[in-house]
Design a protein around this ligand. Structure first.
Ligand code: DQA
Length: 140
């Protein structure tokens, strides 16, 4: 199975960025552990701070992978275009948020991507990425 993990803006700063919200682990350290847990999965990882680059990557990988785990970060709450991309591509997408977006500011309760995704995982810390991966492994 091939799974693409895509992270949006400021998630390159995980580890240093607001540790109370997002913990103190870098994504690179977490990603290494994730890969070692699922040696039969072929992972790819992409991060960008730029909306159009995230859209290009979603379009590109959608034909190459079985599933996508996406944390659109701040673009969750603003990007009609990323929502449109998820609706347009074939690969199933799970939306992940490290923090519980529903327990934070009101603007974070709005998502332009949730309705287009297979499901959303929010509030489980970095573990959310693993939960998303596991959900793809469970038989329907
Ligand atoms: C986030 C939540 C978003 O509201 C925020 O803009 C982020 C990270 C999360 O993973 O909890 O950058 O997507």
């Amino acid at each position: 199975m091939k799974i693409a993990i895509i992270n949006g803006p400021n998630l390159n700063l995980l580890g240093a960025r607001e540790p109370d919200q997002y913990g103190s682990q870098t994504f690179e350290a977490y990603y290494e552990k994730l890969q070692s847990k699922f040696t039969n999965i072929n992972f790819t990882y992409y991060q960008s701070n730029i909306e159009g680059e995230l859209i290009n990557e979603l379009q590109k990988v959608s034909n190459l992978v079985d599933a996508i785990v996406l944390n659109p970060a701040g673009y969750t709450h603003t990007s009609v275009a990323i929502g449109d991309t998820i609706a347009a591509i074939k690969a199933p997408v799970i939306e992940v948020h490290i923090s519980n977006v529903h327990a934070r500011e009101d603007f974070r309760k709005i998502s332009h991507v949730s309705a287009k995704c297979k499901g959303t995982i929010s509030g489980f810390g970095m573990k959310g990425y693993e939960l998303a991966v596991r959900s793809f492994l469970l038989a329907e």
